[in-house]
Ligand binder design. Sequence first.
Ligand code: HEM
Length: 397
Amino acid sequence: MEVPSIDINLYGPEMAEDPWPTVRRIRELGPLVWNERGQWITAHDRVCRQIINRPLEATMKGVMTNTFGEGAFITMDDKHAHNALRNVWVSAFGTPGVNNLVAVTRGFIEARLDNALAALEADGSVDMQPVFCRPIPAQVIAHMMGVGDDMIPTIVEWSDHMATGTASGHPIDYETDFYWLRAEKARASLADFLLEQVQYRRENPDEGLISRMVHSHMAATTPDAQMVVNLRQLLFAGNETTSNWLGHVVHVLGTMPQVRAELAADRSLIPQALEEMLRYFGIVHAVPRMVCEEGMEVAGVQVPAGSHIMALIGAAGRDPARYEDPDTFDIHREQKPHLAFGFGMHTCLGAILARMETLQATQALLDRMPSYRFAEPVTYDSFMLRGPRKLVIERTD
Ligand code: HEM
């Protein structure tokens, strides 16, 4: 079978700024495409699901351990080992656990909005990314863990450096790559910090997620170093992802006045508008996997052992085989499960939390932020983890 091929730099500025024409080309080439840079890629929703749902064939080995560290449950292919660790925290991220966080989250959001409104008043414009979108998720997860507010700027910096660790491409030169080495440093600093926290919580238990792990039934068989990589994964995973979603909210409310008016008039539409933002803009655009030693068959193609395979889940949100008129943003479209939070055993642990944070933030923005427009173009700097990097707004009244 002839496999279509393409030569695409998924990490370049064009893919960050406007990936949609390219992902359409990839999709139209076929269900599975060879990228001459050394990856198999798919932009079809159905094929993304097939890949992600076969963890023993399309594995996390090599691809996730590099970023998250050996022993984090996001890196595990074995369901029992994975679930045993995930279950330590699962109730905190379910609906009742998240509902307990609504008031405190709203408080964080209102305080950030105070700062944004003060800056808008004083300077005539404000960049909502660093003032509003970026710190909120870090503050929420730090609160859940029982980490002090004074650490938030440092946590944001470490997590941003981890996020850009694979920014320069595939394959990475692990010896010299600037972004990779900076990410390694951030990973090590975060690990040192969390190790101190683990040791402290052993003697000083509280209600937070660090204590929950240290005093769980898993603690007896989980070395401190492994607790640390799992905690680090938790701190990192929900940070930039959720701030990107908040960025999409700010973007939509500032550029789509009819959507803003509809949401202001009927707040019950907010959840479906938020899901449409995930489908339409995407956030995590690619989930990488490594093909197992036996190789695997995908969309009629025999993919060799050790191949790097990328499910383009952002592109899947615009797949016309699943969504009618996929390039139109429509908050009233038929609701169908999208892939923005992944699929199968590694489905996002923080989805309910992220939904709550963005719902509260949208409510607060509609209540308190006057109508605004963008004073500068909205920019994007990553395809892999895509969200507005600059959101400089000014009042319209
Ligand atoms: C808009 C916000 C978010 C998006 C788009 C997102 C996206 C994703 C995706 C696509 C995966 C699957 C990765 C894969 O299969 O390779 C994932 C997994 C995960 N996410 Fe999220 N995430 C978000 C927020 C959060 C938050 C707030 C947290 C926690 C504080 C979190 C924690 C995790 C964890 C722990 C996993 C690994 C789950 C497992 O292996 O069982 N995420 N996320």
